[in-house]
Write a new protein. Structure first.
Length: 129
């Protein structure tokens, strides 16, 4: 992600929304500025927020935290504390039977192409440093 998109969902963008707007981010956690979202929610400049991504989601999703201990990222804990105006879920959009079946089939097809032809149509171009 380029730096132009990091914290794209910030206070100046939120200020352009209606006060009862519901902001939903299912793209990338780095797009959102948690502090700006929290401030807008607390000031009633944003109706609600939902996301299945977070800026530091690797430290949070699929982990268990003791009930008496907040999550490692303070702004994420603040968002959690704003429930029900905030709904956070893990990013599991690809965790369906069909999506998993397709991933396995395509992976095996790619592997077969590499073994038989030395290349695959789904190769990813890389740059040498």
């Amino acid at each position: 992600m380029t730096s132009a998109w990091v914290r794209f969902l910030r206070s100046d963008l939120i200020a352009k929304m209606k006060n009862d707007a519901i902001l939903v981010n299912t793209a990338r956690g780095q797009l959102q500025d948690n502090r700006a979202i929290i401030d807008a929610l607390k000031a009633d400049q944003l109706g609600a927020f939902a996301a299945d991504v977070l800026p530091a989601e690797g430290e949070i999703f699929f982990k268990q935290f003791p009930a008496d201990q907040p999550v490692p990222d303070a702004t994420t804990q603040e968002l959690i504390d704003l429930y029900p105006r905030v709904l956070l879920t893990p990013h599991v959009g690809s965790n369906t039977d069909e999506a998993l079946k397709n991933m396995v089939e395509i992976s095996f097809e790619n592997f077969h192409e590499i073994l038989t032809t030395g290349k695959t149509q789904n190769s990813v171009a890389t740059t040498e440093n």
